[in-house]
Write a protein that binds this ligand. Structure first.
Ligand code: PEP
Length: 252
């Protein structure tokens, strides 16, 4: 994309505690401050937003959440609104992660509403899209990913993708140790950008497309060197400072 630096996003998922978070951030920080080629974001569980704000304010590392409510505010017990995230300095939010859409039956429409709610509050949404292994084997992966993007385009227009982030996360690659090859990732990234461009060319030019799914220090080098891959979303390896630093340093 024409957008600036490559982006590496840590997704801590439901891991951590006050002490471990602090240790992990302290282990990340010196190397990440020196690694100016990559832009780095850490997405934490809601209760640790205040802690991460304290730890990361004044550093080059930004932070975010892993979900957001589709409503502004109101009688939605257990939900967390976009305004609450910005209150704690969050600039990013992961939307539609497959671990959520599968476990909690999130529809593409719900995900689209959350995406727009994030944007309305100045948060950068990181929209996760991707196919299952069955869908890939059946050769319908582009149709599946296309439909996920299409829902947002249909409801809100292609301009919704301007300055946003899409993370291509094949479900068969998440947490399995089996990452997509760079050829598979590049092909889907091209498809994603073309799909957005078909609706809004300008938006497609400012869209960042990340790859996520078993990124590790070894495969990060090849993945992050592809011009079609604007960065990575990292789960497991973000919980190990040494591995996460190596992934960030793999940004060319
Ligand atoms: C993820 O959480 O989006 C992810 C890609 O996880 P992992 O890196 O562990 O596969």
């Amino acid at each position: 994309s024409l957008a600036s630096k490559k982006l590496v996003v840590a997704n801590w998922k439901m891991h951590g505690n006050l002490m471990r978070n602090q240790q992990l951030i302290q282990a990340y920080l010196p190397a990440l401050a020196a690694c100016t080629r990559a832009e780095v974001v850490v997405c934490v569980p809601y209760p640790y937003l205040a802690q991460i704000q304290t730890l990361l304010t004044g550093t080059s590392v930004a932070w975010g959440a892993q979900n957001v409510a589709k409503y502004e505010e109101g009688a939605y017990t257990g939900e967390v609104g976009a305004q609450m995230l910005t209150d704690f300095g969050a600039r990013y939010v992961i939307i539609g992660h497959s671990e959520r859409s599968t476990a909690y039956c999130e529809s593409d429409e719900n995900i689209a509403e959350k995406f727009m709610m994030a944007k309305r509050h100045g948060l950068t949404p990181i929209l996760c899209v991707g196919e299952t292994l069955l869908e890939r084997e059946a050769g319908v992966m582009e149709r599946v990913v296309g439909k996920q993007l299409e829902t947002i385009i249909r409801l809100f227009g292609g301009e919704a993708f301007a300055g946003s982030i899409v993370s291509y996360e094949p479900i068969w690659a998440i947490g399995t140790g089996l990452a997509a090859t760079s050829e598979q990732a590049v092909a889907m990234h091209q498809f994603i950008r073309e799909s957005v461009a078909a609706s809004d060319k300008t938006a497609a030019d400012t869209l960042k497309i990340l790859y996520g799914g078993s990124v590790n220090p070894q495969n990060a080098v090849q993945l992050l060197n592809q011009k079609e891959i604007d960065g990575a979303l990292v789960g497991r390896c973000s919980l190990d400072a040494e591995q996460f630093i190596k992934i960030c340093q793999a940004v060319p």
